[in-house]
Design a protein around this ligand. Sequence first.
Ligand code: FES
Length: 482
Amino acid sequence: MPRLLTLSRAARLVGVRRGALQSRIRSGELAAFEGMVSVDDLLRAYPQARMEDNAGLEHFEAIKQDAFARRMRERLLPSTEALVARLAELSAERAQAQAQTEHYRGIVEQLQAKLRDQGDAGLLAWLQQRLAPAAQVGQPLLAQESLLRIMSAHVEVKPSGREFFVDGNDSLLEAALRSGLSLDYGCSIGSCGKCKARVVSGQVYRTRHADYGLTAAEKTAGVVLMCCHTALTDLVIEAREALGARDMPLQTIDARIKSVSPLGDEVRLLHLQTPRSNRLRFLAGQSATLCLADGVGASLPVASCPCDDRNLQFHVRRDAGDGFAARVFGGLKGVETVRIEGPRGEFVLDEASPRPLVFIAGESGFAPIKSLIEHAMALDAAETLHLYWIAHGTGGHYLDNLCRSWSDALDNFRYEPIAAQRALPDDEALQAALRQVLRDHPRLGDSDVYVAGPAPWASAAEFQLLEHGLPRAQLYVSPLAP
Ligand code: FES
C-alpha cells in the first residue's frame, strides 16, 4: 500500500504551492487518488525533493515570512502537550508498521523454505534478488514528513474538505483565518459560542478558559470552541463556513484609530483597530462604511486581509468634495474612534475557481485588489496571480515596493505598473493596460479577471474586457466613487 499524503502536506514537503500540485494533477503529470498523492509519485514529479536536508521547506517558509511582513513573528514551537501527543501517534504508527513488517518477514522465510524443499531454484533466485535492499529514494522525504507532522498539525474541515495547518500554539480559529478560510466566528475569546466545531477525529487541547458554556450533549458529541482550542494531532472537524458574501453578517463596531500615515501625496493609510473581543468578520474585497461621531462618513473598501481581522486598513484618497477624506488628511485630530458598519459588497474571490487570476487596479482601486491578492496568497491555491496597476502622477503607485516584494518573493506573482498621463478615466492608459493584459494572456477566457477603480474607468474596462471575449461569469468589477 503506497504512503499517501494530502495535497497540503505534499506541497509543504516539496516546497511548492498547493496550486502548483493541483495544476500538475490537472495536466496528468502527477497521479492523485481521492485528493491524495503517493510519496513515489511525488518524488517522480519533484526529483529534487530527495535532498537530505530540508532546504526546500526553509525556502518556502522564508518566502512566506518575507512576503507577509505582519506575519514576521517567531514561529513558536508546539506545546509540550502537542509534542507528546504527536510523538505518541507517530510511535504507535511505527510500532504497527514494525509488527506488519515482522509478519511479512515470517511469510517470506516460510516461502523461501518451501521453494528450497520443492527445488525451485529459479523462483528462489528471483525472490532473493527482489528481496535485496534497494536504494530507498523516498526515505529522506518520509523523514521530513514525520518532522512536519511533529511541528504542525493538519486539519481537514468537513463538509468543504478544505485544509489548513496549525503551527505552534495557534488556536484552530487563528490558524484557519491565516490560511484564508472563512469559518463562522464572533468574539474570538470564548464568549459568544459562534465558533463551535465538532471534532470528528484527532485530539484537541484547550488553550483558553472558555466562558461560553457548551451543553452536555455538545460536549459528548465532541463539540469545541475553535478560538479556545489548538490541535494536538491531525484533525478532521465539522465546522460552518461562509460560502459567499451573503453569509457575512452585517456588524457595527467602534474601532480605535491606530494611525493615519501618508502613502504618497494623494493617499492616506487609515489604520483602525477593533476591540479584541469584537473584530470585523469580512471577505477579502468587501467594503465598510466608516462614520465619525459628527456623522461625516464614507464607504471604503478594506485594504487588508481578513486573516488580520483586528487591524483594518483603508486607503483614503484626497478629494476636495469629500468631507471624510478632508478629515483624514487633517489627521483626524480629536477623534478617537470610528464607527465601522459592514461588510458590504460582492467583489470577492471565487475560491472554487482553478483559473489563473488577473487583477487590474485603477488608482486607489488597488485597495480591494490588495486585500484579494493577500487572501489569494494565504489560500495558496492560484496557479498564477498577475497584477496590472494603472495610476497617474508621482507616487500614483503608492505601494509600489510592496508589489515588487510580492513579485520578488513569489514565482507565480507578476506585477506590471502602468503609468497614466492624467487622472482616470484615461482611455489611453486603459488601452495600454488591456494591450498588455492580452499580450500576457492571449486566451483571456482561461482566467478570472478582477477590476477595481474609479467608477467610469471601471465601467469602460468592464465593457472592453467583455468585448475581448472574457466570459461575464469570470469578470468581477468593483466601481469606486471617483
Ligand atoms: S468566536 Fe466567540 S466563542 Fe469563539
